[in-house]
Design a protein around this ligand. Sequence first.
Ligand SMILES: [Zn+2]
Length: 403
Amino acid sequence: MTTVQHAIDTLEDLRRDWLSALHAELPDAIALRHRLHAQPRLSGDEEDTAATIEHALGISMERLADTGRIGRVGPSEGPSVLLRAELDALPVTEATGAPYAATNGAMHACGHDVHQAALVAVVRACRTLSLPVGLVVLLQPREETYPSGARDAVQSGALTRYGVAAAAGAHVHPTVPAGTVATGAGVVNAAADEVEILVTGRGGHGAYPHRAADPIAAAAHIVLALPELVRRTVSPMRPATVSVGHVQSGQPSANVLPDQARILATMRTTDAQDRSDVQDQVRLLASSQAEAFGLTSTVTITAGEPVLYNHPALVERMDDWLVRSGIDVTEPMRSLGADDFSFFGEVVPAVMSFVGVTVAGHDEAPELHHPRFLPDDDAILDVATTLVAAYLAGAEIIHLGLT
Ligand SMILES: [Zn+2]
């Protein structure tokens, strides 16, 4: 028997023991989930949530990224696999009618309460097991806002100090069939950048437009040119889009031409070169259109999340562990959405997976961030099993020297 085969056999024993210990943790995990759900905290204000989870984990943790926490179980030296749970809730008024519904105007409408309870169950269930590599627990703040908590966690240098050699996250998703998980090698989510274009001209009377420099006309041309710009910059074989979410200019007056127009857009790309090319072309478009109309422009691009890339070897191993654990692996969930988990994938092999859920009382589950999005408690076990599969896959690629 080869050493690698031996290592995999050992991991299979670990998987079985871990999953049976997980079942014993479930009642506590469900109670914890309800408690966390009832007391949601917004991005940047997650101190209570972090403290509650740290207490439930019963391990010593270090603070990072303001309200976040990081800790390690298993071997204290050598490489480790990081498992992440997000801490923050959303400014949504809950309408689920659940007995443990939040009443403070915030809501865990993105399922982070499920991720938190699942991660606690995973860590508690391995207390008496012998792990082959370290398991790093990351409670990450500010997933829903900028500045990104994942970016801050990476920039803190903690991943290096904790020996992180692979990272995994799992997210509940209403469009993935319940009982299945979507992983998918390669690009899963887009890079997301925010674009602000200011077009500045010279106001005047609407009856004498030839004596003004009309920023609204220039802004309208820019808005309509943006999709064409993407089409001429990025190969149609690689997804990319620019969507304008806000245009503002002047006062509500029919006959006053204003001085300035403001455009806000989100830019989504799936390739680093495309990302910088589209940024360059947006700047060129704004300045040349403004110039053609006798105006000036300024473009401010705020970089958001990078492309979310699932490491192919990690995905291949993880799919295998999921199937062994009785979970079907379904079609990858690729979209131009963004998740700041992608910052981890920039520094170590990483995998983000999407876990199917049901929502009681709905044939078709409400969308993420919807005031009625409340995954059933079954989701805790599915997310926990997915995180165990991700840890085993991480341990395996560390053994195989693929990190
Ligand atoms: Zn989320």
